[in-house]
Design a protein around this ligand. Structure first.
Ligand code: GLN
Length: 482
């Protein structure tokens, strides 16, 4: 088998036993990047020499991840390597420090492969908001890979990386994972440090892995977790999460969230979702119907709260402290205006305006205050549902990957891409998307929600669900070479 066919766990085993060298593995991925990257555009920064250099050095080390090529969403700071956030504003920004989560995998011997494309400042659901051109879906390059971690998901799906780091504020790990037929895991809020993650909406942002299998996601999660004194919202999970063994769904109570699984979900997605449920039932799960009475308010609440936080977080891009500064302004106010006018794309400006409006004195209670109340109600919905069920499920997205250009001029329709994913961000609970099957040749994701801080149990159940479903398809441009 080509090296590109291995899961992270398999590749790690081959590396450890000396059957494959770190340099060979790196070369295999660089070769696939060379072959397909013109079509896919998953990366914003590549440096083959650095990759091979690190692979050579890692090959001599004995770190637990020694020699594992790693793709990093370009929203995570990497010392000495450009970190653009998909924005002109940070086009020339080179951080002086590295995000904690990246440091942790690097310390274990992981090798730098590249920085992945994304919607500008992680705002979007298609990667079309990248200032550097969209990523294309490896299953059909006329379609979007989802977003905002579209580059990371496409890289993993196309065999351009064995795994990748993503971030999820409203669905940006799970939705692109679903569109690209890979696994995307958003941990409990705070489980992974946000230090070095360029902030979008700080009370939602969470880092997580995008992989080909659930066990790979669990393995990488082990290296990402940890309370970090540099992030006051980080939490220590009870015990270091284990990679799941052969789990079972026997007797596991799974609640189908009615509000996220019926109306508004495309018929083709629903069909694959129902087949996946039948597979879980076949594996012994007890499936019932769960209610999330406030589900319909998640999108409105998210699109008040996340822009509100973004408007504050993005105030720092003023032409003085970071990256880009517009030329030719007459005074400092004009310099701010020109810099922000030219440096930000349309969607980012829309979010800043939405957020500033929602926080303004006359409207604060009506919008921000109200949305915070909804947030609490959504958390309560989860608590109630988890009283009856061990896990909750829904499709990850209402549609399969849509065509490039199809939704880009219609923000509200684009926002609806996150209708199934935002509840977990509002509540802070962990959720994972695993491939459920194909509909008309395009991947459909099954989303599983777990209880806060019970990430390990969620990964165990997701692994068992993955076995029951048995999805093993890869897109043609990877199938050709493995
Ligand atoms: N698509 C959502 C948004 O545009 C979520 C983005 C994210 O999770 N970073 O805000």
């Amino acid at each position: 088998m080509s090296l590109l066919g291995y899961s992270v766990l398999e590749a790690r085993e081959k590396l450890r036993q000396g059957e494959v060298s770190a340099v060979e593995l790196a070369e295999a991925y660089l070769g696939q990047i060379e072959r397909v990257e013109d079509e896919v555009n998953a990366y914003l920064h590549l440096d083959a020499e650095r990759t091979l250099d690190e692979a050579r050095r890692a090959g001599e080390g004995d770190g637990e991840l020694a020699g594992l090529p790693t793709a990093i969403k370009d929203v995570l700071c990497t010392r000495g390597i450009p970190t653009t956030c998909g924005s002109r504003m940070l086009e020339k920004f080179v951080p002086v420090y590295t995000a904690t989560c990246v440091d942790q995998v690097t310390a274990a011997g992981a090798v730098y492969l590249g920085k992945t494309n994304m919607d500008e400042f992680a705002m979007g659901s298609s990667t079309e908001n990248s200032a550097f051109g969209p990523t294309r879906n490896p299953w059909d390059t006329g379609r979007v890979p989802g977003g905002s971690s579209g580059g990371s998901a496409a890289a993993v799906a196309a065999g351009e990386a064995p795994w990748a780091l993503g971030t999820d504020t409203g669905g940006s790990i799970r939705q692109p994972a679903a569109f690209c037929g890979v696994v995307g895991f958003k941990p409990t809020y705070g489980a992974v440090s946000r230090y070095g993650l360029v902030a979008f909406a700080s009370s939602f942002d969470q880092v997580g892995p995008i992989t080909r299998t659930v066990r790979d996601a669990a393995l990488m999660f082990r290296f990402l977790v940890g309370k970090d004194p540099r992030d006051s919202t980080s939490v220590a999970l009870p015990g270091k999460p284990q990679v799941p063994g052969d789990g079972s769904l026997e007797g596991v109570r799974i609640g189908v969230v009615a509000e996220l699984s019926g109306e508004g979900i495309d018929a083709v997605v629903r069909r694959v979702f129902e087949e996946a449920l039948a597979a879980l039932e076949g594996a012994g799960a007890a499936i019932g119907e769960a209610a999330m009475p406030h589900a319909e308010y998640c999108i409105p609440a998210y699109y008040i709260l996340a822009p509100a936080e973004a408007s504050a977080n993005l105030a720092r891009y003023d032409g003085v402290r970071y990256g880009f500064r517009a030329e030719g302004a007459g005074d400092v106010i004009e310099m701010y205006e020109h810099t922000r006018g030219a440096g930000f794309g349309d969607e980012v400006k829309r979010r800043i305006m939405l957020g500033t409006y929602a926080l303004s004195a006359g409207y604060y209670e009506a919008y921000y205050g109200q949305a915070q109340k909804v947030r609490r109600l959504v958390r309560q919905d989860f608590e109630t549902a988890f009283g009856e069920f061990d896990f909750l499920v829904s499709p990850t997205t209402p549609t399969t990957a849509f065509a490039l250009g199809e939704k880009v001029d219609d923000p509200l329709t684009m926002y609806m891409s996150d209708v199934c994913t935002t509840p977990a961000n509002l509540a802070g609970t962990p959720a994972i998307s695993i491939p459920a099957g194909l509909a008309e040749g395009l991947p459909v994701g099954l989303q599983i929600f777990g209880r806060a801080c019970e990430d390990e149990k969620l990964l165990e159940a997701a692994h068992a669900a993955e076995q029951a479903i048995g999805f093993d398809a890869v897109p043609p441009l990877l199938a050709e070479v493995i």
